[in-house]
Design a protein around this ligand. Structure first.
Ligand SMILES: [Zn+2]
Length: 172
């Protein structure tokens, strides 16, 4: 518990000091390695809507933390396969899925570009081209994001990673 407490304090201090700039979380990947229209694409499998982007890369390419933060979950889940979730200073949860391997553990403080795993096709990406599924969830909902699209109300709980990764001022 102490570790979480100190982690949150450090995150809060970091948040007050710096904007959240993010880096592309797959080593050597560029914006050409994902489809910029894939965020909120529908229909999309069992989730109905695609709430992130898929960054394609060779299997076992290093996955790096897009932001500073505190690892709050690692594990294997049905759809996501091997996943890592990191709480960033801005109160956002960065979610990395379909990993081949996980290289961090809960309650670890990571900095931008820390190695957290490798690209794979675990979970419901099995049999598909290896890619990193990357989503950003907001702990503080933003009602301005709501649209009339399918599941559009849920957009207030998410961010478009494409915009964040390609914006000059990435602290949207
Ligand atoms: Zn995806």
């Amino acid at each position: 518990m102490k570790k979480i407490f100190y982690g949150l304090i450090i995150c809060t201090v970091l948040a007050s000091m710096m904007p959240e700039n993010t880096v592309i979380p797959v080593q050597t990947a560029t914006a050409k390695d994902w489809n910029q229209d894939s965020y909120w694409f529908a229909p999309w499998g069992k989730s109905g809507v695609h709430k992130g982007i898929d960054i394609f890369a060779r299997k076992k390419t290093p996955v790096l933390s897009a932001s500073n933060g505190l690892v709050i979950f690692t594990g294997n889940i049905e759809r996501g396969g091997n996943v890592v979730a990191i709480l960033s200073p801005k109160g956002r949860i960065h979610y990395y899925a379909h990993l081949e391997s996980v290289a961090t553990q809960p309650l670890t403080l990571v900095t931008q570009k820390s190695l957290i795993g490798t690209v794979g096709n675990s979970g419901n990406a099995r049999g598909k081209a290896p890619h990193l599924h990357y989503s950003i969830l907001r702990l503080m909902p933003n009602p301005a994001e709501i649209t009339l699209e399918k599941q559009g109300w849920k957009r207030m709980f998410y961010m478009n990673p494409h915009l964040l990764l390609t914006s000059e001022q990435s602290h949207l």
